[in-house]
Unconditional design. Structure first.
Lengths: 374, 155
């Protein structure tokens, strides 16, 4: 009898697990199918995943704070990415190389990120309840401003003297900026090798510090305020919390962290695609976070790492699996792009349906209570 | 008006970041040094190129130079150490170690090894290098700037 009971509870637990984590489980299944089809060795896959965790995690962690403040997935992190890129362009022109170059690029990105984050936060306060779509459109708007500055102001207004950076016409920045002088300078510092796998210790330390800061931040007064605002703005306002200021602060912090993350990301890549590097970064970071099991209103550090592992594992194996399966690597490329968009769509639909279900349940309970009261 | 503790903390954080930025700029500034083993004339005196020598800057990889050789070594920071090993006219092995400073604004400088070996002061050995003017046939073609999936234009 007891045995049957425990089996039932296991089945229920399994069902609950599947119900609560459909996206990560779907990706686990995709990866399990694609890994043998790709033919990659375990060593290669582990090495690639470690590199990508070091490269992308910082950017994805920057998304956690706006979620905590109830502002959803911050597509406006692209703004911080642009600030980081401006920092790297200036540092490349000033010929500051290596780790000092990376640190200086981060420092330069701070005031730009703060300004853009404040601007984004102000607008999002005017569009409460529609933060995600608003931040998505703001990122396109600021991308246009960024292109205007980089294409026309850099040279005549912002001095850029190196011909390797400036377009042949004499102003504007070239399509690609070579970051070889700082390529993987963080990754190579204190890197250790275990078998064929190289572990970039310093980026992992930086990410670990950021994780601790996020955990600590949740316990601070501002962190508690953000959580309160995220749960119910009106209740938070009644409790004396400056809701608008708190929301702006969360976006500013996220934008500044995204700027740092972009510098770490690009120092790993070793090349900056001036006009396109930032365009997809928000989308892929958000997709990775959602793949890790996060939702629009709830995300944790665990979601970040699980998301990076699953999402990038699919990124690595899908093209090769597509190639081996039907002889076309492009299929895998298409697959990974449509999956990125699909996972965001699925997560948003699920969030909305969950919210509606919760609302209708609350309504039913209220009606029931009223009946009882009568 | 009494300023709050919060204000001072923020001001200190900004000041720290500015200071850190300045330090990073000086520490990370890259200079290209063109190490030259050519016969050179300084203040009307000619200094002959060494037959063969080995130079090393800031403990980097040693580079061998024969007459008329010029190599580029990229260095960080402003303070450097140069070690020149060569064989003199009496077939004696000699090693010279000199310290020198590169001004922050200088991006590329020429370092004359014959002048260093002759014991001239570093301001005579290390001189500003102006890259040559670009001639018409060196001017590059324009680039196509792709700003998104749908828009691109030629510059």
């Amino acid at each position: 009898m007891t045995k049957i009971k425990s089996t039932e509870s296991f089945g229920k637990k399994l069902l609950k697990l599947v119900k609560n984590n459909p996206v990560p489980l779907m990706f686990v299944i995709i990866c399990v199918i694609c890994i043998p089809l790709s033919g990659y060795s375990a060593g290669y896959l582990i090495g690639e995943i470690i590199t990508r965790i070091a490269r992308n995690s910082f950017l994805i962690i920057s998304l956690l704070i706006p979620i905590m403040a109830g502002m959803g997935l911050n597509f406006g992190m692209t703004l911080g990415a642009m600030a980081g890129e401006i920092g790297l362009i200036l540092v490349s022109d000033w010929k500051v190389v290596g780790i000092p170059g990376v640190v200086l690029a981060m420092i330069i990105s701070i005031p730009i990120s703060v300004l853009l984050g404040w601007f984004c936060g102000k607008i999002l306060n005017l569009a409460k309840g529609r933060e995600m779509v608003t931040s998505y459109i703001i990122s396109y708007f600021i991308s246009g401003v960024y292109q205007l500055i980089v294409l026309y102001a850099m040279g005549p207004i912002i001095p850029i003297k190196h011909s390797s950076l400036v377009l042949p016409r004499g102003y504007g920045i070239r399509n690609t900026v070579n970051l070889l002088s700082m390529r993987q300078c963080l990754d190579n510092l204190l890197a250790i090798r275990i078998g064929s796998v190289r572990i970039p210790v310093v980026p992992f330390l930086i990410i670990a510090v950021l994780c601790f800061i996020v955990v600590w931040f949740k316990k601070t007064k501002l962190g508690q305020d953000m959580r309160a605002v995220g749960q119910d703005m009106e209740v938070a306002r009644a409790a004396g919390i400056k809701v608008e200021e708190t929301r702006i602060m969360s976006i500013i912090i996220s934008t500044v962290l995204a700027g740092f993350g972009m510098v770490i990301y690009l120092q790993n890549m070793g090349t900056l695609n001036t006009y396109n590097s930032h365009t997809q970064i928000g989308m892929f970071c958000i997709a990775a976070l959602l793949v890790g099991g996060a939702s629009v209103d709830k995300a944790s550090i665990g979601n970040v790492f699980l998301g990076v592992i699953l999402f990038h594992l699919m990124f690595i194996v899908a093209p090769k699996a597509g190639m081996n399966l039907i002889g076309q690597a492009q299929l895998g490329e298409y697959f990974r792009v449509f999956v990125s968009y699909a996972v965001i769509t699925v997560a948003l639909v699920m969030y909305e349906s969950k919210k509606r279900r919760a609302n209708s349940l609350t309504g039913l309970k209220l009606a029931e209570d009223q009946e009882v009261a009568k | 008006m009494k300023l709050s503790k919060k204000f001072w903390l923020r001001a200190a954080a900004v000041a720290f970041l500015i200071l850190l930025g300045v330090v990073m700029f000086f520490v990370g500034r890259q200079h290209s040094i063109l190490v030259d083993n050519k016969t050179t004339e300084i203040d009307g005196v000619s200094y002959k190129a060494l037959d063969v020598c080995e130079v090393r800057i800031d403990g980097g990889d040693p580079e061998e130079l024969v007459p008329r050789d010029r190599i580029q070594i990229d260095v960080m920071d402003q303070h450097h150490t140069l070690v020149v090993s060569y064989t003199d006219a009496n077939w004696e092995e000699k090693k010279i170690k000199v310290r020198f400073t590169t001004p922050v604004k200088e991006e590329m400088m020429v370092l004359s090894i014959p002048a260093v070996v002759a014991g001239l002061p570093m301001d005579k050995c290390l001189t500003h290098f102006e890259s040559q003017a670009v001639t018409v046939d060196q001017i590059e073609q324009g680039e196509t700037i792709q700003i998104d999936e749908t828009t691109s234009f030629d510059i």
